[in-house]
Design a protein around this ligand. Structure first.
Ligand code: SF4
Ligand code: SF4
Length: 316
């Protein structure tokens, strides 16, 4: 870790990094890193002035989030948050908890990739257009995130100058708690319509968790629903990538539907009375291609190391 940090400082031509994040950790990943002296590394880098603020980014289940927040003297956390999935991963409760501890809250995926023009269900998009024809779907989503008083900073991927201009404009105009009641109500109506279009009627509340087999039930349901909601098509679609990334184990968070053994412990906890076992079976059939374990092992053991070697060679 120390040699990687030194290389990063060298490449950035800096003596110090303002915000340094331990990326994509959950309980399992952090335990692995603790055994490799993560805390000693972070404390040393801080005391030597190489890092000013330390944080972690998170895609794990919400019941593990507070444990991680309490586990170290973090300055910031980076989490996924947007109006469509405020209940998954760290969740709105999680970001409030982190903020209550004085941590900065950085938001990733404020637009969720799918909340852009042309990708939302048309009846949901119509609600936005009727409320304000001149305002884009992306702008509604950004305003909603920035309206939350616990949010410190929002990271949004942009691929045009127009998107950059729009984001700068929103960020300069929206202050916490400044959205009108009518606008908040409009977003709520859009959420309701989108929720009604879901293939599996899961609200991602997480009451069914934890699963003794480690299945991340809400995340599995969410990714399956988004595939249909946002019309992801083709073999290598974004939903498949999300599945392998967030529950398939690529980032260390293994909670895929195929781990379910049908014990039934989650069933009585679901307020929607979902037949979770058969819904997970649908998810498994959708995403868990024959030979999934081999593909994952290949990506983790050969693909990533090979990629890192290629990057090193290209940078020489
Ligand atoms: S039925 Fe499946 S998902 Fe539900 S608790 Fe048992 S193993 Fe977990
Ligand atoms: S399966 Fe049921 S309990 Fe679990 S997250 Fe979905 S709605 Fe909530």
């Amino acid at each position: 870790m120390e040699s990687i940090l030194d290389e990063q400082l060298n490449r950035l031509q800096r003596d110090c990094i303002d915000y340094y994040l331990v990326h994509a950790v959950d309980l399992k990943a952090i335990n692995r890193l603790l055994k490799k002296d993560l805390i000693k590394f972070l404390n040393k880098a801080r005391s030597e002035g190489k890092i000013k603020h330390v944080g972690f980014s998170y895609h794990g289940p919400k019941e593990e989030f507070e444990l991680l927040v309490d586990g170290y003297d973090w300055d910031v956390v980076m989490v996924q948050y947007n109006y469509f999935d405020e209940n998954v991963q760290a969740s709105v409760d999680g970001i409030e908890y982190a903020a209550s501890k004085g941590m900065g809250v950085f938001i990733m995926e404020p637009l969720k990739g799918g909340i852009r023009a042309g990708k939302m269900p048309s009846d949901a998009e119509e609600i936005f257009i009727n409320a304000n024809p001149g305002k884009s779907n992306a702008r509604w989503a950004m305003e909603w995130v920035l309206n939350n008083r616990t949010v410190t900073c929002v990271l949004s991927g942009m691929n045009s100058i127009g998107q950059l201009d729009e984001n700068l404009d929103v960020a300069s105009k929206i202050t916490p708690m400044s959205m009108s009641f009518e606008d908040l109500e409009t977003v709520e109506r859009v959420k309701r319509v989108m929720r009604n279009s879901l293939k599996i009627n899961c609200s991602t509340c997480g009451y069914c968790m934890p699963c003794p087999r480690g299945v991340n039930i809400p995340e599995c349901m969410k990714i399956y629903n988004e595939k249909y909601l946002f019309g992801h098509k083709g073999f290598l679609n974004p939903a498949l990538f999300d599945y392998y990334q967030y529950v398939g184990g690529i980032m260390g968070n293994s909670g895929n539907a195929g781990k379910c053994n049908g014990c039934g412990k989650c069933l009585r906890k679901c307020p929607q009375k979902l037949d979770i076992i058969s819904e997970l079976n649908k998810v498994k059939k959708e995403f868990e291609l024959p030979g999934m374990k081999i593909i994952l092992a290949f990506i983790q053991k050969i693909g990533f190391p090979l990629y890192r070697q290629m990057v090193k060679l290209l940078n020489r």
